[in-house]
Design a protein around this ligand. Structure first.
Ligand code: FES
Ligand code: FES
Length: 944
């Protein structure tokens, strides 16, 4: 630590008077200060969210004299004498209150980070237009980005609120209910999410929303180069010469190991780089001081000199013979290899009637959640407490303990609400900097990433370079698939090993492929680390494999959907790892559910095209998917504890972090039915490492299956314990009536005297705890074994329109059939599907991140409301024999088939395949021109 000093306090504001939510306020602020800052920090109205501070995301939307504005772009001085409405003021208004209720019943708020902005944009619309059409709604919310919902439920909620506003009471849409079902009947109900209210009224606490008043600010100094050596100047003098700066921390201030990573065997990422930064955005130091000074600091004032070094920026360069090693211990820059092999691929391909070869390439994809990483930390005696957004509190705890060199029990992780994660918030971000600073200074510290900082330093979806060869018989039976892929895993390991292991298991798709070989490598480069992003590499593989299957179907002149149905896995056919799933293989049902819609859509597209005179052509594409829930052949247990309280209420301690997908509600629904208690009896105690057992990380579509199963078991155990306490048999009924608990055994009734019973060590009358770890087995050297206990299955169909002159693609409709085993809460499942469709659409058509360029939400485009077509979800319930009430996961599954369905539709429409994804207009146009050229050449050749 270089230097310390007492923090300075300074005020240099002027009085600005305006009204907020009908109340007169006077703030002391610079007139140039952003209104969003004034609202959040001076008035405590943290319902106004900040996602970019640049007018790109719309999260900060408020009403200024009734008009929607981005509060981050409005100077405080501009609101003098005006009326400002924030989300906190909506419940008091007729339109705002209706919208909030409609958002809840439609499941329009997932993580909730965009919700305040959406509600305010919608309020402005409905105040102007009492009966808007869907297009009006899309226009009104077009400037507010949502990364979770896919917008459809938001649009439905706004239309519904408008209809009710106009005096009509019901649109007939599939809305959720806030009414509690009968005890034991929660599973299958469209219940309003239990944590929904705080998402629509602005009281939800995200990472940046709460901080001790005296907290110092932490700011990281990061490498501006992809690879650079660096030298510090006089850090002590820097602190001395900058009033307001308290300390600077570098690698030598890390008390424990200057190294962390989500998979401990591969941990390689330093808190602060030592001597050489391996990627642009890597931190080399942290400056701590009062917020105004730290924020105002010019990076060029910080005493560090950089020596830019030649980086390895792509897979080819990193694998080239003699390439410099990014990590000395990893030969050839290969982090890890994956392999699944079954049968004799080469022989089968030689014997196949038809063989198709293809190559595909995908780029980095940014998670682009609306909430940038944020949190605070404080030292409490010999313990450290960190409150921050995270998907994995217990993993954070282990890594922070190692970084500080203390026992894990001395680290408390308190997850805030998570404003979208999609995998990236599984890795540490602000936490190590906060921990080191708070530990040394003994004072609370906070850190809030800017959008650019979030984009340059956090993990991305792996770029992939894939080659494959597949063969089938004349009648369309798949014979073999030979797949290989290299993934650019960036400078550090993150989830590279998981991607390398998971992809070979999944690259066959949900089909019976008797002869199979899939080889993968995760390759280091000097780029931002690639990590987990919804699907762990499987969406990239599906882009290649599902397009290859279309090509095979075309070659044998078979309908593309029927080709998939013919080859679909069944309950008793072995997968490519030799696993026989036995029951719950719902892919055939998903594909068959699409059949009537497929036929109709194909007919409609053909009719459109036969009449088309201009540049527009339509196409229909389909793709299937499967996805194993939970870790690949590794333990991933969840433990749930529930306690019966003296007042008859039930405490549910579950450590699964709800990142918007709805696990708080799903897990409670499952537990309630297992116990036979009404859902309103439950008090949810979520994700705090001091008070909840470990439910593992929220990733890999594991929480419904694994934590859900543990909560089912814990509920059943509590029921048994209550029966035992009452001396009743197993067949007796437990009734949760009024505030009490009664056991009815035949004609005998026994009311438990809860208030008189002793409390156990957890403070409950009865506690029950259960752990579930899905049964898997290690894979052998050929990847044979049982990698997952449960798979989810699905198939999407996309109808699109292509402009051949412009190369633009518009998706007109998506139909998505998913086998979810048991739909615990259909509204939440549809929300996952629609969100997955939106992310898949972005992946197919628009999203690619280039490190060093466009590190903001202005240049990095994600789908907005106007990009998303209607989505029809079809829920298939082929129960898993293992999942709770038969349930399977849905989070990752929903994104996987979307991009290939669109890309197959593109080929269907105009006969081209874009090999480098996304299929942006320039690439589509280039492919069209190349195909034309090729045709002309063929004609010339034929003539000559
Ligand atoms: S925070 Fe204002 S538009 Fe993003
Ligand atoms: S619910 Fe819209 S960003 Fe999460």
């Amino acid at each position: 630590m270089a230097g310390t000093r007492e923090p300075r306090t300074e005020t240099h504001g002027q009085s600005i008077a305006f009204r907020v939510n009908g109340r007169a306020v006077v703030v002391s602020s610079s007139p140039l200060q952003r209104l969003s800052r004034v609202l959040r920090e001076e008035l405590g109205l943290t319902g106004t969210k900040v996602g970019c501070d640049a007018g790109d995301c719309g999260a900060c939307t408020v009403l200024l004299d009734g008009d929607p504005v981005c509060a981050c772009l409005v100077a405080a001085g501009q609101v003098e004498g005006c009326e400002v409405t924030t989300v906190e003021g909506l419940a008091d208004t007729n339109v705002g209150g209706r919208l909030q209720r409609a958002f809840l019943t439609h499941g329009a708020a997932q993580c909730g980070a965009c919700t305040p902005g959406m509600l305010l944009a919608a309020t402005a619309l409905l105040e102007r237009n009492a009966a808007p059409q869907e297009n009006d709604v899309m226009d009104a919310i077009g400037g507010v980005l949502c990364r979770c919902t896919g917008y459809r439920k938001i649009i439905a909620a706004i239309v519904d609120a408008a209809v009710k506003n106009a005096g009509v009471e019901d649109t007939g849409s599939a809305a959720s209910t806030a009414i509690s079902p009968e005890a034991g009947a929660a599973v299958g109900q469209r219940l309003v999410r239990l944590d929904g209210k705080q998402k629509v009224d602005g009281s939800e606490i995200f990472g940046a929303d709460e901080t001790p008043a005296s907290a110092l600010a932490v700011r990281a100094i990061r490498s501006p180069y992809h690879r650079a050596r660096f030298h510090f100047g006089d850090l002590a003098a820097f602190v001395r010469d900058h009033p307001g700066i308290e300390a600077v921390f570098t690698a030598k201030d890390v008390p424990g190991k200057n190294c962390y990573g989500v998979i401990s065997k591969f941990a390689d990422q330093p808190v602060f780089a030592e001597d050489e930064a391996r990627h642009r955005g890597e931190a080399v130091a942290a400056v701590v001081g009062d917020a105004a000074t730290v924020e105002a600091l010019e990076v060029t004032d910080f005493p560090v000199s950089w020596e830019e070094l030649p980086p390895l920026k792509d897979i080819e360069a990193a694998l080239a013979t003699g390439a410099r090693l990014i990590h000395e211990s990893r030969p050839d820059n290969v982090l890890v290899r994956g392999r699944v092999s079954r049968g004799d691929v080469d022989e089968a391909l030689d014997a196949a009637d038809v063989v198709v070869t293809a190559e595909y390439e995908t780029g980095f994809i940014e998670h682009a959640y609306i909430e940038p990483e944020a949190g605070f930390a404080r030292r409490v005696g010999d313990r450290i407490e960190i409150q921050a957004c995270t998907q994995s509190p217990y993993m954070d705890r282990s890594d922070i303990a190692a970084i500080l060199g203390i026992a894990p029990e001395r680290v408390r992780i308190i997850p805030t609400a998570v404003g979208g994660g999609f995998g990236s918030k599984l890795d540490l971000s602000v936490q190590p900097f906060l921990a080191v600073a708070a530990w040394h200074l003994g004072k609370p510290v906070r850190m809030v990433y800017s959008r650019t900082e979030s984009i340059v330093s956090t993990t991305k979806r792996h770029p992939a370079r894939m080659r494959l060869r597949g063969g089938c018989s004349k009648n369309g039976k798949l014979a073999a698939l030979d797949f290989s892929a290299d993934f650019n895993t960036g400078a550090y390991s993150s989830w590279g090993p998981t991607v390398s292991a998971r992809v070979p298991v999944h690259a066959s798709g949900p089909y019976y492929v008797p002869h199979y070989r899939a080889l993968t490598r995760a390759v280091h480069t000097n780029l931002v680390p690639a990590g987990a992003f919804r699907g762990f590499g499987v969406p990239q593989a599906a882009i290649a494999q599902e397009q290859l299957y279309d090509e095979l179907a075309d070659r044998v002149r078979m309908d593309r959907l029927e080709f998939r149905i013919l080859n679909a896995l069944d309950d008793h056919t072995p997968t490519v790892t030799g696993q026989v799933l036995g029951e719950g293989v719902g892919i055939r049902a998903c594909l068959e559910a699409l059949r009537p819609k497929w036929k109709a859509a194909r007919r409609d597209a053909a009719e459109f095209n036969s009449n088309a005179a201009g540049a527009l052509r339509r196409g229909v594409g389909v793709a299937g998917m499967w996805y194993g829930c939970g870790n690949t052949s590794l333990p991933n247990p969840s433990t749930v504890r529930i306690g019966l309280k003296r007042d008859g209420r039930i405490a549910l301690h579950q450590g699964a972090v709800d990142i918007g997908q709805g696990s708080n509600t799903i897990v409670t629904q499952i537990c309630a039915d297992a116990l036979g208690a009404p859902i309103e009896r439950f008090d949810l105690i979520s994700g705090d490492t001091s008070i909840t057992p470990d439910c593992g990380k929220t990733s890999a579509s594991r929480q419904t299956l694994v934590t859900g199963k543990a909560s089912q078991m814990a509920g059943e155990k509590l029921r048994c314990a209550i029966l035992k306490l009452a001396g009743a048999c197993d067949c007796a009924t437990v009734l949760f009536n009024g505030g009490g608990v009664t056991v009815r055994d035949g004609d005998k009734s026994h009311a438990l005297a809860l208030r008189d019973l002793p409390l156990d060590e957890h403070g409950y009358v009865i506690t029950s705890e259960a752990t579930f770890d899905p049964p898997t087995s290690p894979l052998d050297e050929n990847g044979q074994g049982v990698p997952y206990a449960v798979f989810g299955f699905g198939a999407h169909m996309a109808e699109i329109e292509v402009d051949k002159e412009l190369g633009t693609v518009r998706v007109l409709k998506v139909t998505a059939a998913h086998d979810v085993g048991r739909a615990i809460n259909p509204t939440l499942i549809e929300g996952q599907i629609e969100g997955g469709v939106a992310q898949g659409l972005g992946m197919a058509l628009m999203e690619e991140f280039f490190p060093g360029k466009g590190e903001n939400l202005h240049d990095y485009l994600i789908p907005s409301a106007g990009d998303i077509p209607p989505v029809e979800s079809i829920l298939i319930e082929d129960p898993s024999p293992i999942g709770p009430f038969g349930a399977k996961g849905i989070g990752e599954q929903a994104v996987i088939p979307q991009a290939p369905a669109i890309l197959n539709a593109l080929h269907d429409a105009i006969g081209i395949r874009v090999r480098k994804i996304p299929a942006t207009p320039d690439r589509v146009r280039a492919a069209i021109l190349a195909a034309r050229k090729e045709k002309e050449k063929e004609k010339v050749d034929a003539r000559g």
